[in-house]
Design a protein around this ligand. Structure first.
Ligand code: FAD
Length: 280
């Protein structure tokens, strides 16, 4: 059996982002007799402004404050549809199948592509350690280290970790056994790829909810804001909360005027993100 790989933190990477091509506005600017470009340049924050200013043809006489003030007004007024013009593509890795199941309930304004357990061999798959078990293990490990390897009053938390670890190991062994025996007994008329798919699609049924998956998510800024509000909330599962705190961080670095209004509230097991501009 291959070694058991454990993941304790998800990873979020921005893979696709849009740019404004101002030459596409030349004819309109000629018609209006003005020249205009957002002070946000060509970046993602400029996109809702370029689109939104069309409604009132406000390019020739923008209010002071530039892109930051414009988008703040959109958030205050709740004109969320304008935010849908800005779209980001994120690669999410180190997340569990239970998380991805929750993720894809966000259907308005988002698209998902997820790793296939039918096509991809899961023999060396990693498992995502649930935050509560991880925190307990770290606590017990620290106490044992402080006591010179002798004692932890939280020993039961370590026990929870090892039970989880063993369950993952058992599942992986069962998976590998099922793949091997099903491949050997597959109907003779199946081709090589068909045989593997036939075996893996059955064998995957023994893998647990914490099996690692990878998702490519494309979503617009309005949808992403709603996801952050629902999933970086204290009411959300700890793993998805941790993920969406990271999603927020990378998006804020990309476009502070679209995602800079969230505030951090400390919780006993981490933090949540809140905003006064909810569900725009
Ligand atoms: C803490 C928590 C616990 C949850 N528990 C469960 C659970 O036990 N079981 C379960 O099944 N789900 C559960 N969910 C998922 C939840 O019910 C939503 O499906 C999910 O959060 C997606 O949010 P959304 O509906 O805002 O969807 P999105 O697709 O992100 O839609 C955004 C918004 O667009 C509008 N919209 C979307 N689709 C439509 C439509 N068809 N018609 C009209 N308006 C629409 C709505 O205003 C919606 O809020 C839970 C979510 C959270 C955060």
């Amino acid at each position: 059996m291959t070694d058991i790989r454990i993941i304790t933190e998800p990873s979020v990477r921005v893979v696709t982002r849009q740019r404004v091509d101002y030459s596409g506005l030349d004819a309109l600017m000629g018609e209006l007799g003005c020249q205009w470009e957002s002070d946000a340049g060509e970046g993602p924050e400029a996109i809702p402004e370029v689109a939104g200013r069309l409604c009132y043809l406000s390019y020739p006489n923008p209010r002071p404050g530039g892109n930051a003030a414009y988008l703040r007004h959109i958030l205050e007024a709740g004109h969320g549809r304008v935010l849908e013009h800005a779209v980001f593509g994120l690669l999410l890795t180190g997340i569990s199948r239970s998380l991805s199941h929750e993720l894809i309930t966000h259907k308005a304004g988002a698209s998902f592509s997820e790793l296939s357990q039918r096509y991809v061999d899961c023999s060396g798959v990693a498992f995502v350690l649930p935050p509560a078990i991880y925190v307990g293990k770290k606590l017990a490990d620290r106490e044992i280290e402080q006591e010179g390897g002798a004692y932890s009053q939280h020993y039961h938390l370590l026990d929870a970790y090892w039970r989880w670890f063993d369950a993952c190991g058992e599942a992986l062994m069962s998976y590998e056994y099922e793949v091997e025996s099903l491949t050997a007994t597959a109907p003779a008329e199946l081709t090589g790829t068909e045989r593997r798919k036939w075996a893996r699609q059955a064998a995957r049924s023994v893998l647990p909810n914490c099996t690692e998956t990878k998702v490519f998510m494309t979503a617009n800024a309005r949808c992403l804001r709603n996801m952050i509000e629902m999933r970086a909330s204290r009411h959300a599962d700890a793993e998805i909360r941790n993920l969406f705190c990271k999603v927020h961080d990378v998006l804020k670095a990309e476009a502070i005027n679209l995602f800079g209004d969230y505030e951090r509230v400390e919780l006993p097991d981490g933090y949540e993100l809140v905003t006064k501009y909810r569900k725009v």
